[in-house]
Each structure stands twice: as structure tokens, then as C-alpha cells.
Write a protein that binds this ligand. Structure first.
Ligand SMILES: N[C@@H](Cc1c[nH]cn1)C(=O)NCC(=O)O
Length: 466
């Protein structure tokens, strides 16, 4: 049979190359998200960032997305201007935000450089370095979340009806590799040239990411021109209208998925920021050792996610995976929270980290490819942006809550560390809070299974139809 109607997405080489270009930027973006995560101890001694300051900086990534609702606009922008332009815009935002954060923690700024006096003149309990870092991280956060929804819509554009979940799984695997790399690299770089070197390298890598998005731009343009020329007058592309968003907000199932997403991810991403400190404290390790141990978490997720993506493409069972992943997150956080000191060995910690890695494969592999089953393609960018927006509320508040709970459940410890004493925080209360998020996510995962069975969304069905 002669093949007609071929576009670039029908060529495996072209669509996998497009995926690699998108994923490479996300690799660098995820590195930057956690570049300070393994350095909480150094930040406390060198820049006087107490746990609540550290938590606030971690949460600041989401400030503009949540309060200015940038993510909602980002979804509308994406649905209006398309994947390639949205990718470039998000890449530029990431580079600008990262550069501001780098300036805030730099020796130059903290030795009285431009703007220091101003940022040091108000709310003196919060260091000037942290204020500028928050500003930069908030702008970076707009970029990274916009990039996240853009990449998701981009993958659907290239892989719908093909290896969609596998492609999404691979993109996430590459992002997890970024987290693994930064947990290894950041403490090492900080040891060699200080925290500025770690953040400086992270910023430079984001520039390379922007370059990768720029190359993707041309692939996307070519695909669009081919798709447009194949489109017939009787089959015009459906125009996006803001009023279409009503269907998303009024879908109960969509809201359950969004709720599950915010609860699950609140037990994961904010935990990444505190995990190194927790392991240092519970196992009496150095920062480098704790960073190395925790790096098995993203590696576990990296290995498993594409396989689970393949499984969902061919066999389905996404809703069951969401349930299993939520259950595992509870077990792991409870292990960290309540295992007695004498039983909390390296092996126990490693086992819990690997289990958490499995959980972090099950939920993302199942969640993101399920969204196109719940909404129309013309509002897909907005659907991802609304889920990310709801997720960002949790990701913003949780590190603040955890930093605060760590401080109040350890009265006087921050002051004694600042005075030079070598003592550690007790992480029981923060870890119980993380476990509680898991319990709530499990309840929603169960409800989602019930809804799917009743309404037949096909969440348990394979993506590839034979
Ligand atoms: N919100 C995005 C991107 C992100 C990563 N860390 C903080 N924000 C997201 O959740 N992506 C999905 C994933 O599983 O990485």
C-alpha cells in the first residue's frame, strides 16, 4: 500500500529526536530546581539561612505561578501561540530567573554589591540573599512550569496514538536523571568553589537548555506546516476559546486527578529539599554522603518510569498504578518518621529510598498520560496548566510548612547551630506530615478508580489500540 498523509511525526527518528530536544531542557531545568537542595547545611552556616528561610526559598519557586496565576495564563498562552513559541518563552524565563538567584547568593552581592543595602533594609529577620534568591526562583518557577506544560503538550502532539506514555515516561526519566546528577554534582561543586559555583553551573546549563528548545522550534514548525497542508477545508483545526475552560473546572474526575496530583507531589518534591538534611541528621552523615544516598531515589524512578509507560501504552492499568504509588509513599515516609534510631540503618534508609523511587515512577507514569483521556485536545495545554497550578499551591506551601514544623518541633536548635554547636534537627514531625499527604492521595486514588469504573474514561485501558 502506498503511504500517503505522512508527516514528520510518522518518522520514528524525527519524533524521538523532538522528544530528546524537549527532554534535554527539562534535564537541565530539574537540575536547577534542586541545585540548593543538598546544601541546606552549608546555607545555614554560610548565608545564615535557618530551616524556615530555606523552606521559604524552596517554596518561592511557585509564588508567581500561584498568586499571579501565571500558570493559568501560561496554559492559555500555550494553547494560543503553540508549543514552539511557548518553549522559547519558558526557556528565556528560566535563564533570567536563575541569573537573579545566582546574583542573590553570590559573594559579590553579599559583600554589599548592587541592591544589597536595599534588600537588607527591611524584614531583617529574612536574609537579603534569601530575598533576592526568592525573586529569581519565582521567575525561574514561571519558566520551568511553563516548560513542563509545553513539553507535555509537545509530547502529545508528536506521540498521540503512538507510544505516548513511553515517551512521557522517558522524558520524566531524563528529568529524574537531572535530579540524580544535581544531588551528586551540587555538593561536590560547593566543596570545590562554594555555593555560587553550584548555582553558576546550573545557570549555564539552562542556557544550553534554551539552545535545545531553539532547535526543537524548527522541528515543530515543519510538523505544523505539514499538518496544515494536510488539513482539509471540511476538517479545520478547532480554535481555542477561553470559555472552553469551563468544561475543565466542572469535571469532577479532572478535579480528583488534580487533587491526587497536588497531594502526591507535595509528599515528593518538597521532601527532596529536606531529604539530605534528614539523612544527615538520622544517620550522622556528611552532606556529600547524604546527597549520594538520596540520589538513588531519582535513579530508581528514572529506570522504572519508561517501563511503566510502556506497560500503560500496551496493557493499561493507570488507575491501579496511581493507587499503588500513593500507598508506597505512605509506607516510605512512615519508615523515615518512626523507625527507632537503633533500627534506622543505612540499609533501611536505602530500602525506603528505593521504594519511594518506585512510587515516584508509578504515579507520574500513570498520571500525565491519563489527562488527554479526560479533556479535549484544544484545551489540553490549559488542562495541564490547571493541574500544575493546583499542584504548585501545594508545592509552595508544603516546604514552608515543613521548614516551620522542623523549627517549632526543635525549639532552640537553630540558635544553637548558629552559635556553632554541632547538633542535629529531629525530623519526626515533618516526616509524619509528608506521610499524611500520602494518606489523602490514597483516598483520592481509590475514588478515581471508582469514578473511572462508573463513567468509563478508559484510565485502565491501554493507549495503543490495535
Ligand atoms: N510541576 C512540574 C515540574 C516540577 C518539577 N519539580 C517541581 N516542579 C511537574 O510536576 N512535573 C511532573 C514530574 O513528575 O516531574
Amino acid at each position: 500500500m502506498e503511504k500517503i498523509h505522512n508527516t514528520l511525526r510518522d518518522s520514528p527518528v524525527a519524533r524521538w529526536t523532538a522528544l530528546i530536544l524537549l527532554a534535554l531542557t527539562m534535564f537541565f531545568a530539574y537540575m536547577f530546581i534542586d541545585v540548593l537542595a543538598p546544601l541546606s547545611t552549608q546555607l545555614e552556616t554560610s548565608l545564615k539561612w535557618s530551616p524556615d528561610t530555606f523552606g521559604a526559598v524552596a517554596g518561592s519557586e511557585y509564588f508567581l505561578n500561584v498568586f499571579v496565576a501565571f500558570l493559568i495564563f501560561a496554559g492559555i498562552i500555550l494553547d494560543r501561540i503553540g508549543v514552539r513559541r511557548s518553549a522559547i518563552l519558558s526557556g528565556i524565563l528560566m535563564v533570567i530567573g536563575a541569573s537573579i538567584k545566582l546574583y542573590g547568593i553570590s559573594d559579590h552581592f553579599n559583600a554589599g554589591g548592587f541592591g544589597y543595602d536595599f534588600f537588607n533594609s527591611f524584614w531583617t529577620g529574612f536574609p537579603a540573599s534569601a530575598k533576592v534568591a526568592c525573586m529569581g526562583f519565582a521567575i525561574f518557577g514561571c519558566g520551568v512550569e511553563m516548560a513542563g506544560i509545553t513539553v507535555s503538550k509537545g509530547i502529545v502532539k508528536w506521540f498521540a496514538g503512538k507510544e505516548l506514555a513511553l515517551a512521557m515516561g522517558l522524558e520524566m526519566a531524563i528529568a529524574r536523571l537531572g535530579v540524580f546528577s544535581v544531588f551528586r554534582l551540587s555538593p561536590y561543586l560547593a566543596e570545590q568553589g562554594g555555593i555560587t559555583l553550584s548555582v553558576g553551573v546550573g545557570t549555564l546549563l539552562l542556557l544550553i537548555g534554551l539552545l535545545s528548545f531553539s532547535v526543537y522550534f524548527f522541528f515543530d514548525k515543519k510538523l505544523d506546516s505539514q499538518t496544515d497542508s494536510l488539513r482539509t477545508a471540511s476538517d479545520p483545526e478547532e480554535e481555542f476559546k477561553v470559555s472552553d475552560l469551563k468544561a475543565i473546572f466542572t469535571s469532577k474526575t479532572f478535579m480528583v486527578v488534580a487533587g491526587l496530583c497536588v497531594l502526591f507531589y507535595s509528599a515528593i518534591f518538597p521532601f527532596q529539599k529536606f531529604a539530605t538534611g534528614m539523612l544527615e541528621s538520622r544517620l550522622g552523615m556528611t552532606t556529600v554522603e547524604a546527597g549520594n544516598l538520596f540520589s538513588y531515589f531519582p535513579i530508581g524512578a528514572m529506570i522504572l518510569t519508561p517501563f511503566l509507560g510502556w506497560f500503560i501504552d500496551h496493557k493499561g492499568k493507570a488507575a491501579t498504578m496511581l493507587f499503588a504509588g500513593s500507598l508506597l509513599v505512605i509506607i516510605c515516609h512512615l519508615i523515615f518518621a518512626i523507625t527507632p534510631v537503633e533500627n534506622f540503618t543505612f540499609a533501611v534508609a536505602l530500602g525506603a529510598i528505593i521504594l519511594l523511587g518506585i512510587s515516584f515512577s508509578l504515579v507520574p507514569a500513570a498520571l500525565w498520560p491519563s489527562v488527554p483521556k479526560l479533556v479535549d485536545n484544544k484545551v489540553l495545554g490549559s488542562a495541564y496548566s490547571i493541574i500544575f497550578w493546583i499542584q504548585n499551591i501545594g508545592l509552595m506551601l508544603t516546604p514552608i510548612l515543613i521548614g516551620w514544623s522542623l523549627k517549632v518541633s526543635n525549639p532552640g536548635v537553630a540558635e544553637r547551630i548558629l552559635a556553632g554547636e554541632d547538633i542535629k534537627y529531629n525530623y519526626t514531625v515533618p516526616m509524619l506530615i509528608f506521610a499524611a499527604f500520602g494518606v489523602a492521595a490514597l483516598a483520592l486514588a481509590f475514588y478515581l478508580k471508582v469514578l473511572d469504573k462508573k463513567k468509563g474514561y478508559g484510565l485502565e485501558s491501554p493507549n495503543i489500540r490495535k
